[in-house]
Design a protein around this ligand. Structure first.
Ligand SMILES: C[S@@+](CC[C@H](N)C(=O)[O-])C[C@H]1O[C@@H](n2cnc3c(N)ncnc32)[C@H](O)[C@@H]1O
Length: 211
């Protein structure tokens, strides 16, 4: 689901702008990179910034950097001593994304790591206050278990695309990505360690609180 209806446009027009640097990154992503619709974009980006300002995390983990749009938005909301560790498994994205992260005034708050978060995070000995899950939909359950292990009690986990363009309620859809998202949604809802709400923004954004 993208921001295309007149009401979506109204929402965009009545929300704070993303700023010139993010606007240029979003445009460059669409001109130079395959599957640009994966980038968070204006409204979700503003929400991520606000959530970071509300939660005030010192340590954020992001699974799935892509071109860095969401990492930059979350970094914008961080306090001086906050840091975001963002992982991207696709090394072809490294040149583009590193250029945009390092060219930003927020570069000092962002640790951009090329590699599989599922392999690297367990060896990091880090505890996070906030985790943003936005990688491969087939692996959402594994990301969730990883996030639960590395989030402090009372910490927060966000997961993107949890409505998967509405496919989650279409019974005939039985592909691996849709089933990965469904399995994740069911698991979280039944997990006694967590409280959860799905916001119907963009493609579905789940907010989880680790008890
Ligand atoms: C939807 S995009 C991320 C979008 C970005 N968070 C944003 O909002 O602008 C998903 C990215 O996750 C990456 N990815 C998939 N599995 C991963 C993993 N196990 N570890 C790190 N990155 C992964 C993909 O290569 C892809 O670039």
């Amino acid at each position: 689901m993208s921001l295309t209806t007149p009401l979506d446009q109204y929402i965009a027009d009545h929300s704070s702008p993303e700023g010139e640097y993010l606007y240029r990154l979003f445009r460059a992503t669409h001109v130079e990179i395959l599957a640009p619709q994966m980038a968070s974009g204006h409204i979700q980006g503003r929400l991520l910034k606000f959530l970071v300002q509300m939660i005030r995390p010192k340590r954020i983990l992001e699974i799935g950097t892509f071109t860095g749009y969401s990492a930059l938005c979350m970094a914008e909301g961080l306090e001086e001593d906050g840091k975001i560790f963002t992982f991207e498994v696709e090394d072809e994205l490294e040149d583009f994304t590193r250029r945009w992260i390092e060219g930003s005034q927020l570069a000092g708050k962002i640790e951009f790591i090329i590699g599989d978060a599922l392999e690297i995070v367990p060896g990091m000995n880090e505890v996070f206050d906030l985790v943003f899950i936005d990688g491969n939909k087939r692996e959402y359950v594994a990301y969730y278990e990883l996030a639960m292990k590395h989030t402090r009690p009372g910490g927060w986990i966000l997961a993107d695309n949890t409505l998967w363009d509405g496919h989650v309620i279409e019974e005939e859809r039985q592909d691996a990505q849709t089933n990965g998202v469904r399995e994740f949604n069911d698991l979280v809802r039944n997990d006694k360690r967590a409280e959860v709400i799905i916001l119907p923004i963009r493609d579905g954004l789940t907010i989880i609180r680790k008890k």
